[in-house]
Write a protein that binds this ligand. Structure first.
Ligand code: PEP
Length: 254
């Protein structure tokens, strides 16, 4: 059985380095006992140097929550793939809805995904609709988000691409407000169809699809099992060691 991919998005938390180290160490300790799951933690950049030391030799991989599409230059406030990889980051969440809400366009996200993959990272491309209406126009919205990025990718880039489907309306809520698994399965199949249309069946099969949005210990197993996804992107519950390890365990067994 393929390993489930579980990614922690810490967002702009925690506020203190000591707390970041405590959470990371707790996750790392618990992960050493979990089989069947691949774990990636994406902290704020500033914690990377300390967490890279803790991550050394362990099973937990490090990622970041955004990256820029140049190596260096006059780009105030940006961080390049080369800078983060010096601290062992090999994964990057790109196009998260909280960044898109600050003005990131599909075109910008596409550029970042292309460049980041070229630099040897695995890109976790986030897509998701703001809301759902009866006429199903959210499918067109997701198709547009995906195709904007796919148009710049080569088949071989797909080895380093993960798609995280995160409906915005389901982010940051309680477990009961996460997506229904039947609806998730439909969306998973739709994403696979778009991938296959553009790249062909075999290359498309290599792309892992994750779900994100109010994943908690009590809904993780059914989301993975009945939603047809390869893993989960976990926000707030990933800052709670006990909850995150429980999610890992149940998802790995699903
Ligand atoms: C996220 O924002 O990526 C996310 C999945 O958040 P939460 O789990 O808190 O809904």
């Amino acid at each position: 059985m393929a390993q489930k991919l579980i990614i922690a998005n810490w967002k702009m938390f925690p506020t203190k380095p000591a707390e970041a180290k405590r959470i990371f160490s707790g996750i790392q300790k618990g992960v050493s006992k979990v089989r069947g799951a691949q774990t990636v933690v994406c902290p704020p950049y500033v914690f990377l140097p300390e967490l890279a030391k803790l991550a050394k030799g362990g099973k937990v991989k490090l990622g970041v929550q955004d990256l820029f599409y140049e190596e260096s230059g006059a780009f105030t406030g940006q961080v390049s793939p080369a800078m983060a990889s010096a601290y062992k980051a090999t994964w990057a969440i790109l196009g998260h809805s909280e960044r898109r809400a600050l003005g990131e366009s599909n075109e910008l996200v596409g550029r970042k995904v292309r460049y980041t993959i070229q630099q040897g990272y695995t890109a976790v491309l986030c897509v998701g609709e703001r809301g759902r209406s009866e006429d199903g126009e959210y499918y067109t919205f997701i198709r547009t988000e995906l195709e904007a990025v796919f148009s710049g990718l080569r088949r071989k880039d797909l080895e380093r691409l993960v798609i995280a489907y995160e409906p915005i309306w389901a982010i940051g809520k309680r477990a009961e407000e996460a997506m229904q698994t039947r609806d998730l399965m439909e969306m998973t199949l739709f994403i696979k169809k778009i991938l296959t249309e553009r790249f062909g069946r075999k290359p498309a099969e290599r792309v892992r699809i994750l779900y994100g949005g109010s994943v908690k210990p009590n809904n993780a197993a059914e989301l993975v099992h009945e939603g047809g996804v390869d893993g989960l992107l976990v926000g707030s519950a990933s800052l709670d060691v006990r909850q995150f390890l429980e999610i890992l365990n149940v998802a790995a067994a699903a």
